[in-house]
Design a protein around this ligand. Structure first.
Ligand code: AMP
Ligand code: GLY
Length: 428
């Protein structure tokens, strides 16, 4: 069976690496891929947002399944166009991807189906005064402001004072993120512990996959600016079996049924960003229409069952007849190594050594996120560059293995957080 994976980051490396182990998979093509992915698949240099190029590639390659990694091509309608060509796709239609593509849409959807989330209101460009008045309805800071559309992970602002929130309202509605912030969501700040939950969906049915937690802030102790994620681990202790069942019953299943009812059947992986506290239980911070990055890396590293039948069923139906993917290694941790300057302008071009040695540490796989090949060298070519991922029987050992591998990597421009999984380790 031939699989086409769209994307070129650590998430797609982990997917290609895992599917390479499937006995039914004969060929994997990844567009655009990266030098790490090239060790497990054939890469074709077509960007993940080049929809016409990807359609032409699908026509040429005749894949049995296309897996779309990032959100942008999904929101642009890649899955719809592939389905129109009768190509099975793991990934939602543009109408279903609006769960991630429009915060306003997802909030209205949750309100309609009574899915637990923060209280909110939406505002358009002409409504700056109303938006400022709405701030008065909260107890005080922090205030949560969200650009409606995709803003490369930067569209959420947590303002620590009313003055900052008011200035941000003017900036966002004034076009700070272009069309993405022409509409704004203001919502209640939720306290609690964040976690990422993943479920597979075929438009009719949802089946739990796994939970994980990532570290959004760039610095140790969860300090500094937000990033795409500096590290992750799975399982997440807060998402025990009982909590996973609650998330399925109160959030995921109503979401899939509601989307079906609204004529937007959801196919692919549903990533629910959760806030969990004693008083409210699990509430939705945001939906994403794809795997998390780096959460996907730890889930794929842990997964012992072959995911191919379930991924295919998401694309073609019949997920309810598949068994749940349930055989996992005990623990996995991914440490993100990023280029100096990230999440601002990262330093690129530095040669990365020691990758082979790092990959020899027991249980370790080094997924490439932002690398390029220059002659015989692997060089840094992005913000998040490597995902050093380790599995082990205990979380502590997984952390030790991951950092032992990190310490074998010779890349003077790189840095990483040294406290990945601290919260789970503290729980014991
Ligand atoms: P998002 O892009 O929606 O995931 O938001 C980015 C981050 O902002 C989340 O991971 C949370 O840490 C934080 N955040 C977003 N919305 C809220 C909220 N209503 N209450 C508390 N924190 C939030
Ligand atoms: N790591 C969070 C995300 O992929 O959105």
């Amino acid at each position: 069976m031939k699989i086409l994976i769209v994307g070129g980051g650590g998430r797609e490396h982990a997917l290609a690496w895992r599917l390479r182990q499937s006995p039914r998979v004969t060929d994997i093509v990844v567009a655009p891929g990266n030098p790490g992915i090239a060790t497990v698949a054939r890469c074709e240099n077509i960007a993940a947002d080049n929809i016409e190029g990807l359609l032409a590639l699908a026509k040429l390659e005749h894949p049995h399944l296309v897996i779309v990694g990032p959100e942008v091509p999904l929101v642009m309608g890649l899955a719809d166009k592939l389905r129109a060509m009768d190509v099975p796709v793991f990934g939602p239609s543009a109408k279903a991807a609006m769960l991630e593509g429009s915060k306003g849409f997802s909030k209205d959807f949750m309100a309609k189906y009574a899915i637990p989330t923060a209280r909110y209101r939406r505002f358009s460009t002409e409504q700056a005064a109303e938006a400022k008045a709405y701030l008065e309805t909260f107890d005080g800071p922090p205030y949560v402001l969200k650009a409606d559309g995709l803003a490369a992970g930067k569209g959420v602002v947590i303002a620590e004072s009313k003055a900052e929130a008011e200035a941000e309202i003017d900036d966002m509605l004034g076009g700070k993120f272009g069309a993405a912030s022409a509409s704004l969501v203001i919502e209640e700040f939720m306290h609690g512990e964040e976690a990422s939950f993943f479920a597979l969906c075929d438009g009719e049915t949802a089946v739990a996959l796994a939970g994980a937690q990532d570290h959004k802030r760039v610095g140790d102790g969860d300090t500094g600016p937000n990033t795409g994620g500096m590290g992750a681990y799975s399982p997440a202790p807060i998402l025990d079996a009982a909590m996973q069942q609650r998330v399925m019953d109160e959030i995921v299943t109503p979401t899939v049924l509601g989307m079906k009812q609204d004529g937007r059947p959801y196919r692919g992986v549903l990533f629910v960003g959760l806030m969990i506290d004693e008083k409210h239980g699990p509430r939705v911070v945001e939906y994403n229409c794809r795997f998390g990055d780096p959460e996907c890396q730890v889930i794929m590293a842990r997964l012992k069952d072959d995911p191919l039948p379930q991924l295919l069923a998401c694309a073609t139906g019949g997920l309810g007849d598949c068994k749940r993917l349930e055989r996992f290694s005990d623990h996995a941790v991914a440490v993100v190594m990023a280029g100096a300057g990230y999440p601002g302008e990262p330093k690129k071009g530095g040669v990365i050594g020691g990758l082979a040695e790092a990959g020899q540490v027991p249980g370790v796989t080094v997924f490439h996120a932002g690398t390029a090949r220059q002659g015989d060298d692997i060089v840094a070519n992005g913000g998040r560059v490597l995902n050093v991922t380790a599995t082990a029987p205990t979380l502590q050992e997984a952390v030790e293995r991951a950092y032992a591998a990190v310490d074998l990597i010779d890349w003077p421009d790189g840095f990483c957080r040294r406290d990945i999984a601290w919260r789970a380790l503290k729980r014991g």
